[in-house]
Design a protein around this ligand. Sequence first.
Ligand SMILES: Cc1cc2nc3c(=O)[nH]c(=O)nc-3n(C[C@H](O)[C@H](O)[C@H](O)COP(=O)(O)OP(=O)(O)OC[C@H]3O[C@@H](n4cnc5c(N)ncnc54)[C@H](O)[C@@H]3O)c2cc1C
Length: 462
Amino acid sequence: MPAKGGYDVVIVGAGAMGLASAYHLILDLPELSILVVEARSRPGEGSMGASNAMVRDVFSTSDNQVLARSSISFYRRLLKEHEELRTPTPLLDLYGYLWLLPESLRDEYYSIVARSEGMIDAEPVSLDDLHSCPGLVVSPARWFEGDEANPPEPITGGLFGRYCGEVAPEMLANFYYEEAKRHGVEFLFDACVQRLSFEGREEILLHEPSKVPFAFQERMKGRLHISRVTLGDGQFVRADKVIVAAGAWAEKLLHPLGIATACSPQAQLLFSVSGRSVEELLGWEPPVHPIDTANGKARCPFLILPTGATLKPIFRQRQMWIGCVDSVTHAIGTREDPGRDGRLDYNMAQMGDREAFGTDVLPAVTPYLPSFETSGVRLENSWGGYYHNSPDGLPVLIEEAYGVIFVGGDSGSGVMKADSMGRLVAAQYEGRRDAQLFTGDSYRLERLSLTRRVVESEKIIL
Ligand SMILES: Cc1cc2nc3c(=O)[nH]c(=O)nc-3n(C[C@H](O)[C@H](O)[C@H](O)COP(=O)(O)OP(=O)(O)OC[C@H]3O[C@@H](n4cnc5c(N)ncnc54)[C@H](O)[C@@H]3O)c2cc1C
């Protein structure tokens, strides 16, 4: 049970967004009483724990560029200032992304970089330079054996993103958790929020026992308020403000209140592989100039094939993690429903469908890396989490008049924007119009609202 019966703020979810929000809120307003309720037993074990945890400033929209760049800069500062964030792996390792681009995308990506006026740190890579990549076939003949349809497009060049690499997600989660706790934030783990409900303030009458308000009460400015957070075990806690940072499961709490987020969760899988072909790629010393090197040498970057398949090098375990954004084989929605069940039975290992590796993912890799045919790689593991997709690939931040703030819509890139989103949530709570990002940029909050949103869609979703 929480230590107190009521808090100034209750945050639902100790994932990337909830943790960063708790941290920035308590730093800004140390007098606040804040409780974070998390269904899992540790911080960062929702989709954050299932994620590739890659970071990049290469986005088509300036909003995503600004939000990601500031977060990456903050993580970089943490690495510099905290010795404990350097081992066993560094919190942040900017070894780079390499997009292998077909003609249809190459000019578009180069012009996105040019238009960013220095916001994106990336350099073109010539086709000649790509020939040193072990096993890479730049002009595939077919999708798969026996398929006579048009082959995948040939690669005509590359783009190397320098302000790009990986974070250690458990380290990042722990940093925010420990620091928030040290400053007075309380955490309640293994506790699932089942329901948020309206409760009368002062003389407002409410239906009993469901605490549903009368419709007319919505018109009573400032009087209707969500203040009861009911947990799966039937206990409840009161809150002046509730911040829903529940990732893919947010709608299960918000839809019953009539709050639309415009976001939809969808499962995404990752597969770890090892073997001869993986070893060859891991040993590649590409002709690029990353920010972080190993003994002064560039290492195999995060690779993005023209099919959308991605390969993340895992140097210590001698593996690659392979993924491919999938918007057709998984239904929209989550299997788990905390609102219905009062618990969150999310199990990332059970979501991993090993068969999908051969049927859905490998065919997006082998045209360009034929040695990844099953004899060249061994499937070690598979797991899954959720992308919480917004309609345009930008995050969503909204506040309802009756005391609920929602942050989400990561669209598969929430770890890399988490710090900025935490700052935005704190600014929203404080009633400011703009948030100050770590880089010093000022960001207008309403750009991520639903009613006054930026009208630009993100094109680079991985
Ligand atoms: C396969 C895959 C690859 C990815 N790759 C990347 C990447 O390379 N880079 C990147 O930046 N992002 C990546 N992502 C996306 C990233 O995981 C998300 O952007 C990030 O986790 C979003 O943070 P969040 O806090 O909104 O959600 P989560 O991390 O899921 O956190 C939400 C938390 O809320 C808790 N919760 C939910 N409902 C309740 C409830 N009712 N009561 C109590 N607790 C509750 C959950 O247990 C969870 O801990 C990837 C995701 C997947 C699935």
